[in-house]
Structure formats: C-alpha cells, structure tokens
Design a protein around this ligand. Sequence first.
Ligand code: ASP
Length: 666
Amino acid sequence: MLADHRVIQQPFEILINTHRQKGNITKTLAHIRKIFRDTFLKSISLSVVISCVTAKGAIGSRIDYFYRQIPVNLFQGPCSVSLRSHTCGELRPEHAGEKVALYGWVQYLRQDLFVILRDYSGLTQVLISQDDGSLKEKLGELTVESVVKVTGTVRRRPEGQENTNMPTGDIEVLAENLEVLNTCRKLPFEIKDFVKKSEALRMQYRYLDLRSTRMQQNLRLRSQLSMRMREYLCHQHGFVDVETPTLFKRTPGGAKEFLVPSREPGRFYSLPQSPQQFKQLLMVAGVDRYFQFARCYRDEGSKPDRQPEFTQVDIEMSFVEQAGVMALVEGLLQYSWPPELGGLSQPFPCITYSEAMRDYGSDKPDTRFHMKLVDISEVFVNTKIEFLKSALGQSEGSIQAICVPDGGRLFKSKDLEALKETARSVFGQVRHTLESKEARINNENIEGECWVYCHRLSTMHKKNDDGYLPFRPLLGKLRLQCAELLEARGVALRDPTAFHFLWVVDFPLFLPKEGEPGSLESAHHPFTAPVAQDAHLVYTEPLQVRGQHYDLVLNGCEVGGGSIRIHKAAEQLHVLKNILKEDVSVLSHLLEALDSGAPPHGGIALGLDRLISLMVRAPSIRDVIAFPKSFRGHDLMSQAPDYVSEEDLKPYHISVTWPPAKTEEK
Ligand code: ASP
C-alpha cells in the first residue's frame, strides 16, 4: 500500500507521503502506526503527526500519541514542536553526516575553537572552523551562559580526541552558523556542579541554580514519578483526581496554620495543613476513591526535611480496611519506583508502635542497621553500682543499653564526649557509660567487643520541670548518633543505596499533650478511628486505645501516614468534645456530613518532597522543590513575605506595628 514512503523527520513529527493511495485511510494509518511502533518506540514515548498525502493533496491527517512504559530516563526527551533538531545530549556516532540545529547555553569556550553547548540533556562540543572569519568573530564575542543556536554537521571526533566522560564524547558538530539569541551578564556563580555555593545564594538565584545537572535531574525524576503515580491510581485503581480549596478555615488539633486575611473585619481564612476534611467529605459525597497532589501548608518553620509549603500525594478510599490502604501504597510505590534504584521487595515489613519504641526508641526507625536498644536489667540484678541499683529499685525501672559493635575500639574519647554531651543536654543529667566487659558477663544480646551505653530508665516517663519527657526517643537519638559517629570513623553501617521501607502500626490513639499534663492530643489526627477491639475503651481509658493509624517509614524518615477514619458522628463528637476538648462548632459541617450516610473510609498521605529527596539522596527537601523557601520560610529570590503599605492593609482592617528597621534575611 505504501508504494513509496519517505520519512521526513522533524525529529518526531513524521510526515509520510504516499504517492498512490489506495484502500481506506483508517487501514493505512493503522499500518503506518504499526511501522512507527515497531521502529521508533524502542526507547521513548512520542507523539506523531501522520499525514497521508496523494498527488491530489492530503487525504488524511491526525495526531497519534504513542506511549510506551519506559524506565525513568533522565536524559532523553523528544524535540517535538521545537525549533531544535536534537537536544545537546542526544547525538552519537550514528548521527555522523547529519545536519543538525542545536539550541542551548554556552557552558565552556575552549581554545578559541570550541563551544560546549548545554541544555537539560547534556553537552555537545561544537567546532568553529578557523577558515570562517565571521564565525570566529562571533566566537570572540561570546560569553558563557549566552543562549545560542548552532547549525552544522555532525562528525566523529578525530581518533584519540574522544571524551569518554561525555555521552556525546565521540562526536562533535562542525558549525556552519552560530546565532547568538541572547547574551548573558556576569553571573553571581558559575553553572558548574563542582562549584560550591551557599544555599542562600542558590536560593536567591534559583533560576540559575536550577540549570545544574543535579537539579534538572531531580525535577525530571519528580515529574516522571508523579506521572506514574497518577497512572497507577487512575488507570489501575479507578481513583479520581479532585482539587480542593486552599482558602479554608482552621482545623483543630493539628499544626499551626497560615492565616489569610479577608475583607470582612476580623475574619480570616486558613491555608489547610492537609485536605483531610475535604477528602473525607468527598467520601460522604460518594466519590469513592480520591487522590490529589495536594499543596499543604504548615506554619512551623523550615527544617532540612520540612518546609512551610509542601506536596502530599493525598489518597482516600471508601469501604476499605487498613490492609487495603497499605497494599495500595505498596503497589503504587512499586509501579512508580524508578528502575535504576533497584526493585522493591513486598510486602514491606510491618512492626507495631510499641515494638518500634522498644527496639529503636523511635516511631520511625532506621532499619538499615541494627544496634537495637536492649534491656540488660537482668545483668545487674545484684549490682552494687549505686545508680543502676536505684533505677532497678523504682517501679518499672529498667536498664537499657545500646550495643555498638566494636564501639569500644572505634570510638575515640571525642566521640564519647559527644555522646555524653547529647545525654547531658537531652536527658538533662550526667550519663554513665560502661565498658563492654562488665555488661557482657551473661547477656546473649551483647556479643564480642562492644560499647554499651547505659541509661537508668523507667519505662514510663521521667518527670522534669517542663512536664514529662519520654525516655525511649532519647535513647533512639543516641542510637542514631552512635551510627553517625561510627560512619565518621569509616564503618559502612548504612548502605547508601538501600531503601528500607517499613510500616509502623498500632499507634496509641491519644498521647499526653506536651507541656499540658492531664490533657490529651491525637497521635495522628482527631479523625482517626480506634482499633475495633479497643473501641469501648475510648469512653473509659482513652490512653489505652490503639488507633487504626499507619505510618510509612523509609530509611528512618516518615514518608507517609494515614488512618481508617471515624465515620459515625456520635463517636467523632465524643472524641472532639470529651477527649480532646475542642470547640466542636468549628467542625459542625463535618459532623453533619458524618450523620448523612458517611461510608466507612480511610486513606493516607505520602510526603512527595521527602520521598523524592530520599530517592535522590538529597540532603534537603529543598533540592527537589523548584522554588523552595529558606529556613525561615522566606523566598530569598523575591523577598517574600513582603511588607505591605498601611494603605493596602486598610481593606483588611489590619494595623501593623512596624518593626524599627526592615532587616533582610541572609
Ligand atoms: N491528612 C493526614 C496528614 O496530612 C494524612 C491522612 O490521614 O490521610 O498527615
């Protein structure tokens, strides 16, 4: 049928000419599609414009989108609808002889001979012929980071001049024309991954910082992962992507929220810390399965793994149990996980909150290494050591230790000082350390030479001036510090390429409120349902109730959390009013909704920024967010938050006591 077909490649827009068109157009196009699928779709996804043209003119034209599931590939990308013929990372020896048009930034200028051109996909060496006076002149005027268009011919580099460190290092483009599209001023820093710059400078000139290979890769990985997640949720599990408002009202019992003034005196919106209420309302509305890449806001200041605005993959389902939500998330991660990072084995291990606290002193344990907390009380039953004796004499007193393999040999006195200092500042008292020999006597858990870190501990709480401090988290802190110290001494303790997912379940539903003895707060949030067997205790012994709450932990960081919800208004009212002592009028709409035929439902939210930062092993979530805020929650590029004039504040009925000097963050 295709007597003569020529493929004019611009690059992925493909025009097929059929000089003699017989038969029906649908069949022809199907045939052409098959050719494309077999020929071009080996490595990438692409959109194709197919036009069938006869001598009399076009008889059919359509755009077909072909999608092939591909491993996350950070470098390849189509040039569709672009002026370029290829990207700067694309050319290989098989392109030799081809005429190409490249667009990019000048990365390097070398020996008055070469321009190294860069775009997101990589670098290409462009050779400027010494015989062409006008080209040489342009080269002389070029500055790095200017934007240029180069047209020329691809050729193999002369033997011996290949650069094996460059994916395009076997070829170069012999320039026929070079057009400067925009010149670049002198920049505050060089766009080279090896050039160190402070985070403040990177943030101030974020648009330059984003030119780095690493940031380009991070943003692309994020985009690809999000796409795969959407596919999995929508196509494989029938989820509906629904957007929910960001101008909302205060949700009780959670993080501090940002306020947004309204023009009505004294009335403010709140930016939601999560779409929790809306997603539950969507279940009442019969949406059945909801998800959203939701922007959430918490006015809590930035930390390396936190920032005031962040993105959650927010999920809610009706008629589901805890195991169902967990299975969904495991499938979601498996489906979207970049193959380069290695496979994920499933199901993820699962431990209870009490096991996590007992063994690791943390509800988000890093399980890439052992060094669990061990109870060595038995060893000291007959001890004469005074502080140990007194600990064991207390009700529920015990001696806990962290066994650090080879710690006795590896830890220098500086390390021990650091541990003692943590103990002093965190425990608020002097710690006692014992050499292994003493503890090893008859405890099987402690093998070989080790350093034992002992602490007098009552399993409940130690009282101090501020109220109650739980001990196990403090021991958990020491465990992590021991790991860091060992690593600093050259021990390969945590495999940097390993991804240890872990579910933590059976959290207490309520915890004593920090700083307010006698009051309770939700361990997750006030909408979490109790474990069925404990439900009756909600009315009698709330502290004994376990919640249907599950957290997903990756390498010691919480990357997700969710719960099965209370779906009955009376139970929700009891929790809010009688246990948490919240003002229920704020949530009357939710209570009414629960009383209007709310289905049993549950869900989870995954912290997308944190998940990706762990995947790419970035030190901070700011490395996977295009325009993050600084530590103090500022945008260092635009200087937001900004001052607003009194005039502009009038409509909001707000008056401000202005600070004496407008000091800027650095
Ligand atoms: N809204 C919760 C959170 O942001 C997650 C959930 O329970 O689904 O932590």
